[in-house]
Every structure is written in structure tokens, then in C-alpha cells.
Write a new protein. Structure first.
Length: 176
């Protein structure tokens, strides 16, 4: 019961804090980060942005590095209830549902695109771009660009930065 009350209070504060994002997204992050830490999320550094619709199923099992961006509608799943289904398939019926819980670690300078799903026991190392809608599982090495379902590393972030550099003085760039 205590857990449900804590989550309810979290969502009430989150709604109030979200209103500040209409004024200034940096203000929103200055208010939202301490709330996430209070819920048990381990944040090392200062996030650039964490979308209002990002879901963490177990705050205490997630670690986030410095200068991360997590776009809206992403899910961080630290649990796996399919254990129960697997046990039943071999003739062992547990008395209740069983979940295997494992951590998620996100390094520094990571961008996670909209509607991505980060699965249990995932590590995303430093300097990584995860494309929108990607289902991430396992270890994503540093300096990578990864997309898809299943997640596939498709490039090197430093090589991509050199390609994008030519656009910095064009009308294709928006700066916030």
C-alpha cells in the first residue's frame, strides 16, 4: 500500500511539474530530476531531457548517466514475467507469477529516440544514439548508433557527427 501511495504522489507532482515544460524545458528538468531521484532513480550528472511520458517500472533498478536525452513514450522495463510462462511449459506451475528483475544502465551522452523500449539487463555505454522505436537488449557499445527491433548497431556516432557538421550553418538546424 505504501508503494501505491508513493507512486500516486509521484504522478500528482509530475503533472504539476510538466506544466512548467510549456514555459521552459530546462526549468521542467530542474524540477523533474529531483523528483525522479526521490523515487529511487540513480542519476549521475544532469539529464538534458527526460520526456513526460517515459515509464520506469522500477526506479531503483535504473541508472542514468550525464547529458542524456530520453524522448517521450519510452519504456524502461526491469522485470520479465515470462518466467512464469516458461516454467509452466516444462510442467512446473508456480503458486504465483514470478518476475525476474534485472537492472538497466545508461551511460553519458546518450540519446534515446521516441517510443523505444529498454529491456531488462541492458547497458547502453557512452556516446550512443538509439533510434526511435528501437527495442534495446544487451550491451550497446560506446560511440554507436543503434536502431530497430531487434536492435542493431548501424554506425558510429563520431562518423555521423562529421557528416552532420556540414548542416550547422544551414536552415536545416534548429537550436534550443
Amino acid at each position: 500500500m505504501k508503494h501505491k501511495i508513493k507512486k500516486t504522489i509521484f504522478y500528482l507532482f509530475k503533472i504539476i511539474i510538466y506544466l512548467s515544460s510549456y514555459v521552459n524545458h530546462r526549468l521542467y528538468m530542474r524540477l523533474y530530476t529531483p523528483l525522479l531521484k526521490r523515487m529511487g532513480l540513480k542519476i549521475y550528472g544532469t539529464p538534458r531531457y527526460i520526456g513526460k511520458d517515459v515509464k520506469f517500472d522500477n526506479f531503483s533498478k535504473v541508472e542514468l548517466g550525464d547529458r542524456i536525452v530520453i524522448s517521450n513514450d519510452c519504456f524502461f522495463l526491469t522485470h520479465d514475467y515470462s518466467v512464469t510462462t516458461a516454467l509452466i511449459s516444462i510442467g512446473e506451475k508456480p503458486k504465483t507469477d514470478i518476475a525476474l528483475e534485472r537492472p538497466i544502465k545508461i551511460g553519458n551522452n546518450v540519446f534515446i529516440g521516441k517510443r523505444s523500449i529498454i529491456m531488462p539487463n541492458t547497458t547502453i555505454e557512452d556516446n550512443v544514439i538509439i533510434g526511435a522505436g528501437t527495442v534495446v537488449r544487451g550491451v550497446i557499445p560506446k560511440n554507436s548508433i543503434a536502431i530497430g527491433n531487434p536492435c542493431t548497431v548501424i554506425g558510429n556516432i563520431q562518423e555521423q557527427a562529421l557528416k552532420w557538421k556540414k548542416y550547422l550553418d544551414s536552415d536545416k538546424i534548429r537550436q534550443d
